[in-house]
Design a protein around this ligand. Structure first.
Ligand SMILES: Cc1cc2nc3c(=O)[nH]c(=O)nc-3n(C[C@H](O)[C@H](O)[C@H](O)COP(=O)(O)OP(=O)(O)OC[C@H]3O[C@@H](n4cnc5c(N)ncnc54)[C@H](O)[C@@H]3O)c2cc1C
Ligand code: SF4
Length: 328
């Protein structure tokens, strides 16, 4: 491990000041960053611990919820308002990692965790454009079963590993940021990037920008939401494919719907084409399938992951059917 300094931020302003220094990185629970430092994939010269910043989960006047970025994943998943009003979020978090890791992991760190592409982690033996820009990508012709089918590029076919972010994408969460040029917010769906030719740039955050909080909208129908993760083992495994969805029904008509996919792209994938097919139509297995096929029409499988297209289609149909209950 490369030597580094360690400090604890006393408040968000202090964190932004310290995190703006060259080579500095914020430290949440450390469950991803410290692993990457051990492998010398990340080599910060300074760690700024931000776990002492706000971890509050507060009610908003419009009926929404504000969650401090230092809130631990377990605290969010177990919060009664999250469980009852945003069940997709509670389920997504509980499907990830292990109890011990969720106890340590923070909201901010979960959003900014890095890909689990095995070639990215193989610092010594594999070529990786994300780790070493311009080097090449050994996943493209390698073992790419876990990799992307949507939005990939000839530079990188990695997927974003977070379960929580898939639910946040479907729930239309907003991410609040603080940085040298002040405060701003981004939709969760605009935080992460597709790889294009620069897979080493993973988000729209400025260097040194701090995630301070997320907000969930106050829309009661999001209580009819869920998350399903398909994986190789029933615990301690990243998603092959996952689906978060929320459904607003008026009789058998779909008044509104939100869908996001995990395990398929470099970012949590908001399935807007599928939503457009469904909105205003009748809730039925046929319409759910048509929506899934519309979303996946542009899927581009690699040599080992063609199965993900069918898996994503079937998981979308199953999740929407569950949410709709008994449909024609
Ligand atoms: C064995 C194992 C299995 C796992 N399985 C899953 C799984 O199935 N599903 C899943 O979703 N995840 C899984 N994870 C990943 C886990 O969810 C993440 O490691 C965790 O969420 C990261 O949170 P953290 O607070 O520990 O982040 P850290 O490791 O502390 O930080 C991660 C990144 O976020 C940055 N950061 C942290 N806080 C902030 C902030 N407030 N503002 C700006 N930047 C910040 C750091 O600088 C760093 O770049 C697994 C991890 C392990 C080790
Ligand atoms: S898929 Fe992306 S992260 Fe994986 S080896 Fe290729 S460039 Fe690196």
């Amino acid at each position: 491990m490369t030597p580094f300094s360690f400090t604890r931020a006393v408040d968000a302003g202090d964190a932004v000041r310290q995190g703006g220094a060259r080579g500095a990185r914020f430290l949440g629970g450390g469950t991803n960053l410290v692993d990457l430092m051990r492998e010398t994939i990340e080599r910060p010269s300074a760690l700024v611990d931000v776990t002492g910043l706000s971890s509050d989960i507060e009610e908003l006047e419009d009926g929404g919820l504000r969650i401090g970025a230092a809130a631990r994943n377990t605290a969010v998943a177990e919060h009664s308002a999250v469980r009852s009003r945003y069940p997709a979020l509670a389920r997504a978090i509980l499907s990830g990692a292990s109890g011990q890791i969720r106890n340590m992991a923070t909201v901010g760190g979960n959003i900014l965790q890095r890909t689990r592409c095995t070639y990215f982690y193989d610092n010594e033996g594999s070529r990786c454009n994300k780790r070493s820009p311009g080097q090449g990508c050994d996943a493209i012709d390698g073992l790419n079963r876990m990799h992307a089918i949507l939005g990939a590029s000839p530079s990188c076919v990695a997927t974003h590993p977070s379960d929580m972010c898939v639910a946040l994408a479907a729930l239309d969460a907003t991410v609040y940021l603080g940085g040298a040029s002040g405060e701003r917010s981004l939709a969760l769906t605009d935080v992460h990037r597709l790889p294009d030719g620069r897979p080493e740039i993973e988000t729209m955050l400025e260097p040194g920008e701090l995630i301070t909080a997320i907000e969930l909208p106050g829309e009661p129908w999001l209580g009819r939401s869920t998350y399903r993760k398909v994986r190789d083992r029933s615990s301690y495994a990243f998603a092959l494919v996952s689906v978060a969805a929320a459904l607003k029904l008026e009789d058998d008509r779909i008044a509104d719907v939100r869908i996001a996919l995990g395990g398929v792209a470099h970012k949590p994938w908001r399935a807007r084409k599928a939503e457009d097919v469904l909105r205003g139509g009748v809730a039925s297995p046929g319409s759910f399938r048509a929506a899934a096929l519309a979303e996946l029409a542009d899927a581009a499988p690699l040599s080992h992951n063609g199965f993900k297209i069918t898996l994503a289609e079937r998981t979308m149909v199953a999740v929407l059917t569950d949410l709709a209950g008994e449909v024609a």
